[in-house]
Design a binder for this molecule. Structure first.
Ligand code: ZN
Length: 415
């Protein structure tokens, strides 16, 4: 099987540095959707794709796509991609590695003038992280035709609507519908992404194949008791909402420990009135529960709700549980898993299958076409953090596995 040239890993790392230098913040990397920095990153990436001989377009949500034609002009494409937006104080590899691996594959083909039965399209999605508008997957949802136009009225923290941000970005929001692709346009979507977890590193492997993305349930819970003087209300007469929340939080950890792939997190808590000498009268906290198996997650969610209700009954607290997000798990395409596994087997001693606890564009793209995900080892499993780190060798490996998967896929489906 062909591999990328030995210096392709170094080139990937250099380009990652160039993209990481385009940041809203003076220190660290922050590049939110539809900002001037996003514009610069898109333009730089578009230039690289043009240099590789691709025709480049940007749709109305700001996804930038390059196309490398196949042997026939109208051939369906194999789409390779990831995202160019980042979280606040992000790492350099989340998203950027994936778009650059796609570009590296096309550069490999273009260098020898090789055309496949399929066209190759490389897409850099405009928004995956959803930081600016507290949204999810704006870019890929526009491509699958699932973009919710009511989001255009949503405001960012500075009061700028998504509509106005897109106009300032040089786009016509009325044309977002036209960004949608037809199922016949795209034969498969493939993404390389850092693992954002520690498993590959623990196993001593550079890459792995993802079999599915975990489903997730997010809830906001409010417990209401009664605020009172910390010095005068006897312990037995209190309705302390924060002690009730503490009991619930400890139970969430217990319920979510055990079943493989099940994880539960309370990441935010707000006690009111929030004074050291006042009994907390009301507490709001978040719950995030994820699992590869929907049944496992749903069972855990019900157990958590039951426990919260019993705590509140015992402590005479009022409770409100609001489910703000409930997304089922998404399996990756079985045939693509086979192709990716074959490619990995030719590059490293063992093929490891993983599930992803984090959501990715691949999850949305699977609504439109066969979708597959290749994970690359990252140091300590750390991501969404400036300490995010990968090696040039692993970047090379990820891109080579992507290339071999593309070739094997094009081979298998050639007419
Ligand atoms: Zn990402």
């Amino acid at each position: 099987m062909p591999t990328l040239s030995p210096n392709a890993g170094e080139l990937l790392m250099q380009r990652i540095e160039q993209l990481a230098a385009i940041s809203e913040s003076e220190h660290g990397l922050t590049r939110r959707f539809a900002t001037p920095e996003h514009r610069r990153a898109n333009d730089l990436f578009a230039d690289w794709m043009k240099q590789a001989g691709m025709s480049v377009q940007e749709d109305a949500i700001g996804n930038v796509t390059g196309r490398y034609e196949g042997t026939t002009d109208s051939a369906p494409c194999i789409m390779l991609g990831s995202h160019l937006d980042t979280v606040v104080m992000a790492g350099k590899y989340d998203g950027m590695l994936g778009v650059l691996c796609g570009l590296a594959c096309v550069e490999h083909l273009a260098a020898s003038g090789q055309r496949l039965s399929h066209a190759i399209e490389v897409i850099a999605f405009a928004d995956e992280e959803g930081v600016r508008y507290h949204s999810t997957f704006l870019g890929s949802r526009a491509v699958t035709g699932e973009f919710d136009l009511s989001l255009l009225d949503r405001l960012d923290k500075d009061g700028i609507s998504m509509r106005d941000a897109l106009i300032a970005f040089g786009k016509n929001p009325e044309e977002i519908g036209a960004a949608a692709r037809q199922p016949g346009d795209i034969a498969a979507y493939l993404e390389v992404h850092i693992e954002q977890g520690p498993v590959l590193e623990q196993q001593g492997l550079g890459v792995g194949v993802v079999t599915g993305i975990a489903g997730a349930t997010r809830m906001m819970v409010t417990l209401t008791g009664e605020a009172g003087h910390a010095g005068t209300v006897p312990m037995t007469l209190r309705r302390d909402a924060l002690v009730g929340a503490a009991d619930c939080i400890a139970a969430i950890e217990k319920i979510c420990t055990g079943p493989v792939d099940l994880v539960g997190t309370v990441g935010a808590i707000d006690a009111k009135p929030g004074a050291g000498n006042v009994i907390p009268g009301s507490v709001g906290f978040s719950i995030d529960i994820r699992a590869a198996e929907d049944e496992t997650r749903n069972t855990a969610v019900e157990a958590v709700k039951d426990h919260i209700k019993s705590v509140c009954e015992k402590r005479h607290l009022a409770v409100d549980i609001d489910t703000v997000h409930d997304e089922p798990s998404e399996a990756c395409d079985p045939a693509l898993i086979e192709h990716i596994s074959g490619a990995i087997a030719s590059c490293q001693p063992r093929v490891l299958t993983l599930t992803s606890g984090a959501g990715h564009d691949v999850m949305v793209m699977s609504h439109l076409t066969a979708a597959g995900l290749i994970f690359v080892r990252c140091a300590g499993g750390i991501s969404h953090n400036p300490a995010e780190s990968i090696t040039a060798e692993d970047a090379w490996l990820g891109a080579t596995v992507m290339l071999q998967t593309v070739l094997s896929l094009a081979d298998a489906t050639a007419h």
